[in-house]
Design a protein around this ligand. Structure first.
Ligand SMILES: Nc1nc2c(c(=O)[nH]1)N[C@H]1C(S)=C(S)[C@@H](COP(=O)(O)O)O[C@H]1N2
Ligand SMILES: [Mo]
Length: 314
């Protein structure tokens, strides 16, 4: 978001001959091993060894949505993860330094039963796959098959009180993240939702994608996914979830309040001050496509904003 670069340097996924005779799952496994092997050559192989990877078993598979999923290779190599780097190709190589085990998520604030969950507790919850569009505020998009559970399932376990009007989501800060030593954002990365947005059935906490545990660069071991909002609302690598009575501050809003509002719903009619939001480039496609109201989820979520001026509450 700081450096505005057209994503024209993205190569459409390469189809290797191997892909033709390996099953999709095997191909993904090979692709993952390939990148780990490549990194060992660059001298950061030991750090890469920290990536916890593997297939997720027993999740409920999603029904197709009529749109092609972005190749795993692209979704796991073109990332925004500013704790590591503002460059999109760097997090994939660096995020192996993120230590994801042991991992705890503190859930507290306006709840009757505050609780700290170990990542193994969250992995034990019934997991489902959801294929969602993801639209970055910068004007590019992907289609990602996530694996996770509805945020409301976690909320049920801690019992929000009547004072819980908002939810704050806070990302880890580890000293192996070079970005946090730079004043790009007011670290830790924090995001927020209104309670009804958080409890909406489309709002997920995800632990995987493409049938696998999340790669670190995509926000392992657990990250928020809110598909009708710009991608930056979907905070990665969460360590704390706080139910609050007041609207929490959010990292991008603090950095540039005139550019990134609290709501940040995908809206082709409300432009970013520095660029149009009417169209987007789907990674892997050549021509731009129109951006859809609420990223195509208007039927499900427009009711959350009845009577609100979406130009003011951008
Ligand atoms: N902690 C944290 N979460 C983050 C970001 C970040 O820099 N740090 N970038 C956001 C942005 S701008 C986008 S578009 C998505 C990108 O998710 P992906 O890399 O899994 O595609 O993550 C969001 N979550
Ligand atoms: Mo983004």
């Amino acid at each position: 978001m700081l450096t505005i670069r057209p994503p024209s340097d993205i190569v459409p996924s390469e189809i290797t001959p191997r892909e033709q005779y390996l099953t999709r799952r095997e191909f993904i496994a090979h692709a993952a091993m390939g990148s780990a092997a490549a990194l060992i050559g660059t001298g950061i192989g030991t750090a890469q060894a920290e990536q916890v990877s593997g297939r997720i078993e027993g999740y409920r598979a999603a029904a197709p949505i009529g749109e092609e999923a972005t190749p795993f290779k692209d979704a796991s190599s073109y990332n925004n993860y500013y704790e590591f780097s503002t460059d999109k190709y760097s997090p994939a190589g660096m995020a192996g330094r993120l230590k994801t085990r042991p991992w705890q998520v503190q859930v507290d604030g306006e709840v009757a039963k505050p609780r700290t969950f170990g990542i193994e507790d969250l992995l034990k919850l019934p997991q489902q796959e959801r294929i969602y569009r993801m639209r970055c505020v910068e004007g590019w998009s992907m289609v990602i098959p996530w694996i996770g559970f509805e945020f409301s399932q976690l909320a049920q376990l801690v019992q929000p009180t009547a004072n819980a009007k908002y939810v704050e989501f806070i990302t880890a800060q580890q000293d192996t993240m070079p970005g946090i030593r730079m004043s790009i954002l007011d670290w830790p990365y924090a995001e927020g939702l209104r309670i009804d947005e958080a409890m909406h059935p489309l709002t997920l906490l995800t632990v995987g994608m493409y049938g696998q545990l999340l790669p670190n660069q995509n926000g392992a071991p657990v990250r928020l996914v809110v598909p009708w909002k710009y991608g930056f609302k979907s905070a990665k690598s969460l360590v704390r979830i706080r139910f609050t009575s007041k609207q929490p501050g959010t990292a991008w809003n603090k950095a540039a309040a005139n550019e990134y509002g609290f709501y940040s719903n995908v809206n082709p009619q409300v432009d970013h001050p520095r660029w149009s939001q009417a169209t987007e480039r789907r990674i892997g496609e050549f021509r731009k496509r129109p951006t859809l109201m609420f990223n195509g989820y208007a039927d499900q979520v427009a009711g959350l904003y009845t009577g609100m001026d979406l130009n003011k509450n951008f």
